[in-house]
Ligand binder design. Sequence first.
Ligand code: MUC
Ligand code: MG
Length: 372
Amino acid sequence: MSSVIDTIETLLVDLPTIRPHKLSMTTMACQTMVIVRMRHSDGIEGLGEGTTIGGLAYGPESPESIKRNIDTYLSPLLIGQPSSNLNVLRARMNRHARGNTIAKSALETALLDAQGKRLGLSIAELLGGACHTHLAVLWTLASGDTAKDIDEAFQRLDERRHCDFKLKIGANPVEQDVRHVSAIKKALGERASVRVDVNQAWDESAAVRGIQALQDAGIELIEQPIPAREHAGLIRLASRFNVPMLADEAVQDARDGLELAAGGFSGAFALKIAKSGGINGVLELAHVAQAAGIGLYGGTMLEGTIGTAASLHAWATLPEMAWGTEMFGPLLLKDDIVVESLNYHDFGVDLPTAPGLGINLDEAKLAHYSRQ
Ligand code: MUC
Ligand code: MG
C-alpha cells in the first residue's frame, strides 16, 4: 500500500543570534523557528521550517501562531492522506485555510523532503533539476553602528564569504540613515556592492529624498522603501530613479507579482518561500517575474538551516537570479540544530545534494533549544 501521513510534530526552537540584528521594526537577539517533523507510514520523516522575524513585528504570523495553526487546523487536513500527492495536499490546505503562508510553507517543505527521501532525489531534482550548485549569498550589516558594520564587512570580504552587503535602515531619520549608508559605501569603495532595505519605513516623500541621496552615493538597489500595500507608489519610485527598486513585502505571491508587472513596475522581486506558502507558490511568482522581465532575488525570513536549504533547492532550479540571494540565516545564529551545516565559501553557498533537503537533525541540539 502506498504511504500515508501518520503524525506531524511541531517544535518551537529558540536560537540566539551572534549579535543584535537591528531592522526598522525590531531588533533581534534571538530567532525562533517552528520545526516540523512529519512522519509517514513507510517510516520516512520529512522536515520543514516556518520562521518569521521579531514575533509579530514583521508580518501577521508569529512563531506561536504558526505552531498553533499547524497543530489545530492544518495537520488534521493532512493526517491520513496519501504522502506523495503534493498538488492535492496544497489545494486542500488552500481550500480550507486562508493565509498562514509560513505555516503552509513549513508543511510543504516537509512533504517534499519526505518525497525526495522516498525516491532518492534531492528537492531540486524533484522540481526538475538544479541549474546551479553554488549560489551567491550576500550579508546583512545591521549592528546599528556604522564603524562596527564597516569592520564586519571587511572581515566578510577577507574571508571571501560575502562581497555584497545589504544595510537595514528606516529606524532613524532619513538624513541619519543616508549618512550611515554613505559612510559604509565610501569605506568599501569598489570592493563590494551595497544595497539597502527600508522595510516599509518611509512615506513616498521621504522615499524620494532618501533614494535620491542613496543613488548619488552609489547604492545599487533599494528594497521596499514604502509600505507593502502601496503598489502604485512603488511603481512611481521605480520609474523615477535609475537605481532599481526591489519589491519585498509588496510581493507575496504570483497575484501581487502580476499586479505590479501589469502596473508597469520595473526592478526586481524578492522571492521568499515563507511569503508564497512554499516552494511551489514561490516558483509561480518567479515565473510571472520571468515573463514580465523583472529580476529575481532569493530572499530570507532569516530561517535556520532547514528553511534556508528548502529555499536553496527552489532558487537552484531557476536559470537566472539577477540579484543573487541573501540565504545567510544560519550564519546569523550562534548554534545550529542540524548535524552538518551548509557549506558557505567563495561568496556563496553549496546546494545540498543528498535526498530531500539533504539535511539531518542533531537530536541533542534540537532537544536543548526546543521550548518546553
Ligand atoms: C527582509 O525584509 O528582507 C532579510 C535579511 C535580513 O536581515 O532581514 C530579512 C528580511
Ligand atoms: Mg526585505
